[in-house]
Design a protein around this ligand. Structure first.
Ligand SMILES: [Cu+2]
Length: 597
């Protein structure tokens, strides 16, 4: 049986108003998962006469066409920026790319961004990695419609780092990013300036994305259940919006500012000659000192600052940056149940296979090259004793069902903070991200209850929910066995994955997959990772690729893994989202908010 609803069609209905009919009668949690949960609308922020910007930018999101493959141009969405005030290098276009221009800011600058949209759907810009007030964070409640203006005003509080701007509208983030809305933000500060790292033509932004094109060179973005469950994967790698990316270099050191801008694809970066990857920074800026790794994992939303030294290499030599092979980030159940369909869905580029990302060619011999500094940065290492909750970490519980990816047992709902999600402002918090079931094998009644509780939030009866779901055939390709379009079928599914119960442990383990968890607001530090009894051959293929030091805002949590982090919540009250940066998961409701109060 395969009756999965065509979700893009449903989105279409939702947008045209027929969504009222389609959504009528659905339980609220299902509406939330199906992208129909209600999001209130707040008035766009206006410019403040008391704010005197050092830098002012007009930013526009609009439909556009651009030549990516040979032949017909591709329809995309694009950010376009115009510098109104400030240093000339603030806005740098990437020629021939759908990506937004690179925005360069200095720590301490007062920044105003006048954001407008020409899209025929709501959107809002979020500054991934930046520590800004809640009103400036691009929360979906502030999404604007075509022709509207949203004015952002904030001071750059971040240390030197690479960050991202991308849309964050309710349930439309994945599709808008996929169609082109994303750009890099580079923040500089004095500490970094003093190091004399490679800059200008020797500092190369590298945005890695994957896309699927149809025969007419148009982007394919399907929204089948399986795409949402595992995330959407393309079969073509684009670097800075270009296919088959080649970089001509001189025989000297370069600084590669790498960003995974893919919706769901996780990469394992390695040089093809097996020389180590030298990492000098991560999401939140420079490490204390360089780290040499055989390979580095890079999940959606994560960044890497890489020292790439080609000195001593002859003109004509080539080096390929690859994603090398690994396993264990996708659910075993999906792999087994989907079988051929699952592999088809990843097309010619299965997740975890070995494939090239970009080719570097040495085309010029030069005699001098900067030396890699031994010491890069100094910063405070958070201790458990810095936190206000040393014995009670704030939980971020990942739970996975056949059609639901949840945090803390609940799908996203606006302003719905649980007691554990209420954070006193100006505190430093110990937090623990873990799989609420499966993976570690640790599963008990308490976990099932936690799960059940979350799913039953709202007033609907579980049986009624089950009936709706079975009747709608939501499981699509995932549905198997004796579940049918009957109450029994729906009920059975509730028992399987949604409500806890007997089948939970096995299902949980089988559904478990890797999630890049992103927390808005200030960067955090990773205190520990533990995999427990579940350490497996799969884990061995990725475990040497994590950077433990430095500041992070997105952390890849493998199946069965528990990650403890320490995160400050300083300066700003309000709602700050945290979510899976697998953007299909995010849109599916794998997102929650911290209410900083
Ligand atoms: Cu996820």
């Amino acid at each position: 049986m395969h009756k999965s609803i065509n979700l893009s069609r449903r989105r279409f209905f939702a947008k045209t108003g027929a969504g009222l009919l389609v959504g009528a009668g659905l339980p609220s949690w299902l509406q939330a998962m199906e992208g129909m949960s209600e999001m209130p609308k707040k008035a766009p922020n206006k410019a403040s006469p008391n704010f005197h910007p050092d830098v002012e930018i007009d930013l526009l999101s609009k439909p556009s066409t651009i030549s990516i493959l040979s032949g017909q141009p591709t329809q995309v969405f694009q950010y376009v920026a115009k510098l109104v005030k400030g240093p000339a290098n603030t806005v740098t276009e990437i020629p021939g790319s759908y990506l937004g221009p690179i925005l360069r800011f200095e720590k301490g600058q007062k920044i105003r961004i006048n954001f407008r949209s020409e899209l025929n759907e709501p959107t809002i810009a979020h500054w991934h990695g930046l520590h800004v007030p809640a009103l400036m964070d691009g929360h979906p409640v502030y999404a604007i419609d075509k022709g509207q203006l949203y004015v952002y005003e904030f001071e750059m509080l971040n240390r030197a780092s690479m960050n991202i701007y991308h849309p964050h509208p309710h349930n439309l983030t994945a599709s808008q990013v996929y169609h082109g809305l994303a750009g890099a933000i580079l923040v500089n500060d004095q500490e970094e300036q003093k190091l004399g790292l490679p800059d200008g033509e020797y500092e190369i932004p590298i945005v890695i994305q994957d896309r699927q094109f149809d025969d007419n060179n148009q982007l394919i973005y399907a929204s089948h259940m399986r795409d949402r469950m595992m995330g959407f994967y393309g079969d073509k790698i684009l670097i800075n919006g270009r296919p088959d990316f080649n970089l001509d270099v001189a025989s000297r050191a370069y600084r590669f500012r790498i960003l995974n801008g893919s919706n769901a694809r996780i990469y394992k970066l390695a040089w093809d000659d097996n020389s180590p990857i030298t990492v000098i920074g991560t999401d939140g800026g420079l490490l204390e000192s360089p780290v040499h790794k055989p390979y580095v994992m890079l999940a959606p939303g994560e960044r890497l600052d890489v020292w790439a030294d080609f000195s001593g290499r002859n003109v004509g030599s080539q080096l390929v940056l690859r994603s090398s092979s690994f396993s264990g980030v996708l659910p075993k159940m999906a792999e087994r149940m989907m079988g051929h369909a699952g592999r088809m869905h990843q097309m010619g580029l299965p997740v975890g296979s070995d494939y090239p990302l970009l080719t570097v060619k040495v085309t010029r011999q030069v005699s001098d090259s900067p030396a890699l500094p031994n010491s890069l940065s100094t910063y405070h290492h958070y201790q458990i004793s810095d936190t206000v909750n040393p014995n009670k970490p704030v939980p971020i519980a990942i739970s996975e069902g056949p059609m639901s990816m949840l945090l803390n047992g609940r799908p996203y709902a606006y302003n719905d903070a649980l007691p554990s999600e209420r954070i006193p402002v100006n505190t430093i918090q110990l937090m623990e991200i873990f799989h609420a079931h499966g993976g570690s094998g640790g599963h008990g009644d308490d976990k099932s209850k936690e799960q059940g509780q979350g799913m039953q939030h709202g007033n609907e009866k579980p049986q009624a929910e089950g009936h709706k779901m079975g009747g709608m055939g939501m499981m699509g390709g995932m549905n198997h066995g004796n579940s049918d379009s009957t109450e029994g079928g729906g009920h059975k599914m509730g028992g399987m994955g949604m409500m806890g119960g007997e089948g939970m442990a096995g299902m949980g383990t089988m559904m478990s997959m890797a999630h890049p968890i992103h927390l808005h607001g200030q960067s955090f530090q990773i205190l520990s990772r533990s995999i427990g009894a579940a350490e497996s051959e799969d884990y061995a293929t990725v475990k040497d690729g994590f950077i433990e030091g430095g500041f992070k805002d997105t952390v890849l949590v493998m199946p069965g893994e528990r990650v403890k982090i320490i995160k400050p919540f300083q300066d700003f009250k309000g709602l700050f989202m945290y979510h899976c940066h697998n953007l299909e998961h995010e849109d599916m409701g794998m997102m929650r908010e911290f209410s900083v109060e």
